[in-house]
Design a binder for this molecule. Structure first.
Ligand SMILES: Cc1cc2nc3c(=O)[nH]c(=O)nc-3n(C[C@H](O)[C@H](O)[C@H](O)COP(=O)(O)O)c2cc1C
Length: 179
């Protein structure tokens, strides 16, 4: 199984990147050892703020096409959303908006696990709900959802692993639903 994984943030010290990398490790070590997982960094997909005028003048940026094609080439997706003011980070929303101009079904009917990490106790519940409610309209086949609030207390930064057994169990179950 070929998987594409990313954190929906442009932070260079992202807790969602840590969670995505951990999930990729769990997938390879416990769920599907044969899986090939590509973790991409949204900083490599920075592009101008979407505007209809830019699109008319210059077309869709190559980075948006590239990420859209990588989604298409994957068998499954793993995305961890940062919560910014209850919703997607502007960095991800911009990339998403550009990709949606290629095809509204951005997620291309791929099975996916959605996650979210936040230092706050809420576990980024708002952005996870936003993704859960809206992503199916954009071609997402959501198989599992993992929320990790109080990330600093539930994740060991030294080993790069979840220390909270309930969250770890939800992660394993969600990943298993991709296979
Ligand atoms: C502009 C901004 C808005 C934020 N809004 C929320 C929020 O609504 N809820 C929340 O729990 N955390 C919020 N946070 C804290 C983020 O969850 C925290 O910065 C987290 O580390 C983001 O994930 P990342 O490290 O993967 O980018 C916000 C942070 C920023 C910079």
């Amino acid at each position: 199984m070929k998987m594409l994984a990313f954190a929906a943030t442009n932070s260079r010290n992202s807790i969602n990147v840590k969670l995505v990398k951990h999930a990729a490790d769990v997938m390879r070590s416990e769920i599907a050892p044969e899986s090939e997982i590509r973790v991409v960094d949204l900083n490599d997909y920075e592009m101008p703020i979407f505007s209809i005028d830019r699109e008319t003048a210059d077309g869709i940026p190559a980075q948006a096409q590239d990420l859209y094609e990588q989604i298409g080439a994957a068998d499954a997706l793993l995305i961890s959303y940062a919560e910014h003011n209850g919703h997607y980070s502007a960095a991800y929303k911009n990339i998403f908006d550009w990709m949606s101009r290629i095809n509204k079904r951005v997620y291309q009917d791929k099975p996916m696990v959605i996650m979210a990490a936040t230092p706050a106790p809420s576990g980024a519940a708002s952005v996870l709900k936003a993704a859960t409610d809206s992503a199916p309209f954009f071609g997402a086949d959501i198989r599992g959802s993992v929320s990790v609030g109080r990330f600093g207390e539930r994740f060991d930064g030294t080993t790069g692993t979840l220390t909270d057994e309930a969250a770890a169990q939800t992660l394993r179950q969600s990943l298993a639903a991709l296979v």
